[in-house]
Design a protein around this ligand. Structure first.
Ligand code: HEM
Length: 168
């Protein structure tokens, strides 16, 4: 249950951040940090050679990471809701009837499946849920590495800037 309620809370935060991406402060808006693929590649090359341009908001790679994290979180939480729904719980429960149909017994009587006997649909959403939860762990590590490398290249402290709102 802690898992499910934490998931709802995270989904709420993601929705808030998406709305904030349209109505929030200047550097929080999507249009401030969504760059063209060319700018992303050019920034990445600059990082390697140590000549990357300094951005006041998110740099192009950071912006791409924000989008990847938001999308991954969204897919993880929505697929979690689907798994929960197929199991007959949560807001998506009513729309998911296949779990009950798949577990109809020989006399055609429809009943809730036994614990442990997953329908194909449940397995499908479980796989998606697990894959994106693991992908997120990878992205989180990459994101932290990116923040430290970027702070070094630009001789700045991005973690401090996150709290104070000020950059060099
Ligand atoms: C960022 C949010 C979330 C993360 C990181 C996360 C992560 C995970 C992970 C790692 C598993 C184990 C997968 C496996 O070994 O099969 C799992 C299982 C599960 N999650 Fe989530 N979850 C999240 C949100 C949610 C939400 C919002 C719900 C439902 C409302 C949910 C429902 C479930 C259910 C029902 C299972 C059990 C699947 C099974 O029967 O194996 N999760 N989750």
């Amino acid at each position: 249950m802690i898992h499910v309620y934490s998931g709802y809370f995270i989904l709420g935060l993601v929705v808030f951040r998406v709305v904030w991406g349209f109505v929030g402060s200047q550097h929080a808006r999507f249009k401030d940090f969504i760059f063209s693929p060319r700018e992303v590649v050019s920034y990445a090359k600059g990082m390697i050679s140590g000549t990357a341009k300094h951005y006041r908001g998110h740099n192009p790679l950071g912006g791409l990471m924000v989008m990847a994290l938001l999308l991954t979180l969204l897919i993880t939480t929505v697929s979690g809701l689907k798994v929960y729904g197929v199991e007959g719980h949560g807001p998506l429960a009513e729309t998911d009837t296949s779990y009950f149909i798949n577990s109809a017994n020989a006399s055609g009587h429809v009943e809730q499946g036994e614990e442990g006997e997953d329908s194909e649909e449940e397995e499908f959403w479980e796989e998606i849920h697990e894959f994106f939860a693991n992908l997120m762990l990878l992205l989180i590590v990459l994101h932290i590495v990116g923040v430290f490398v970027s702070s070094k290249v630009h001789d700045d402290n991005l973690v401090k800037a996150m709290f104070t709102g000020y950059k060099k």
